[in-house]
Design a protein around this ligand. Structure first.
Ligand code: URA
Length: 247
């Protein structure tokens, strides 16, 4: 992927767009050791070595993140009024096109994955891919075995029929119950609508895992970290992106 030199340096957080333009014109930037004075010059951050004032920069375009999404923030690239998950990441991630994979409702907490890789993002969300997503839900009322059976059979939600889903009841009390469920689809409000369909309002929803990725227990709400190489590899595998396909 080719990038404009000034845009990339600004996205990396080295300075504002106008500052980096001035620096480039002044001869501060080099690509593969050759000074480049044209801010609009394009280069390939995956292959070319970029340096600023003689210091090599980490020019990766591909960044992949897991976040413990807190309640109260929107899953959106930006919003004129409300705080979004992108506001919890450093600006550079927005600059290089890092986007959430799917969405969690504003009041849902838990694992949200971000990637700059549009192909990976698209594949993970593709309806035919059936990536497992595990949620923990606190619901109103007592959950019973018949609810688990209804989930397993698949639920008619009006505009679509949810595929059979595993529901594991962890605590069942008259006031509230706690359960874990795994779904392979990701329709709008799907978990809440499935519980609604069996007469239980969701009071709290938390995503514990996404495909092969488990939310890192060291991440408190609002915290994030980059995926490890092994996690990224597992995610790419879940998306059907094998080494051979990529080559
Ligand atoms: N299903 C929902 O209803 N809400 C979410 O945030 C995620 C899945």
């Amino acid at each position: 992927m080719k990038m404009r030199l000034d845009r990339w340096l600004a996205a990396l957080g080295e300075g504002s767009r106008s500052e980096v333009k001035d620096w480039i014109r002044g001869g501060a930037a080099a690509v593969n050791g050759r000074v480049i004075r044209d801010p609009a010059c394009s280069f390939d951050p995956d292959r070319d070595v970029l340096s600023l004032r003689g210091k090599a920069l980490d020019g990766r375009v591909t960044r992949h993140v897991m976040m413990h999404k807190p309640a109260g923030v929107l899953t959106a690239a930006r919003d004129p009024k409300q705080r979004t998950v992108m506001d919890l990441l450093p600006e550079v991630y927005r600059g290089i096109g890092c986007m959430p994979v799917g969405r969690l409702d504003k009041d849902t907490t838990g694992l949200l994955v971000f990637t700059c890789d549009g192909e990976l993002n698209h594949r993970l969300l593709s309806p035919g891919r059936h990536v497992d997503k595990r949620y923990r839900a606190t619901v109103r009322g007592r959950l019973e075995e018949k609810d688990a059976e209804a989930f397993a059979a698949g639920l008619d939600l009006g505009d679509f029929t949810a595929r059979g889903a595993e529901l594991r009841i962890l605590r069942a009390e008259a006031e509230t119950s706690l359960a874990e469920m795994v779904i392979t689809e990701g329709k709008f409000h799907q978990v809440k609508r499935m519980f609604d369909a069996v007469g239980h309002e969701v009071l709290q929803l938390h995503r514990c895992s996404f495909g092969p990725l488990e939310l890192d227990p060291a991440l408190e709400e609002g915290m994030w970290r980059e995926l490890t190489d092994a996690e990224l590899e597992a995610l790419r595998k879940a998306a059907g992106m094998t080494e051979r396909e990529d080559a």
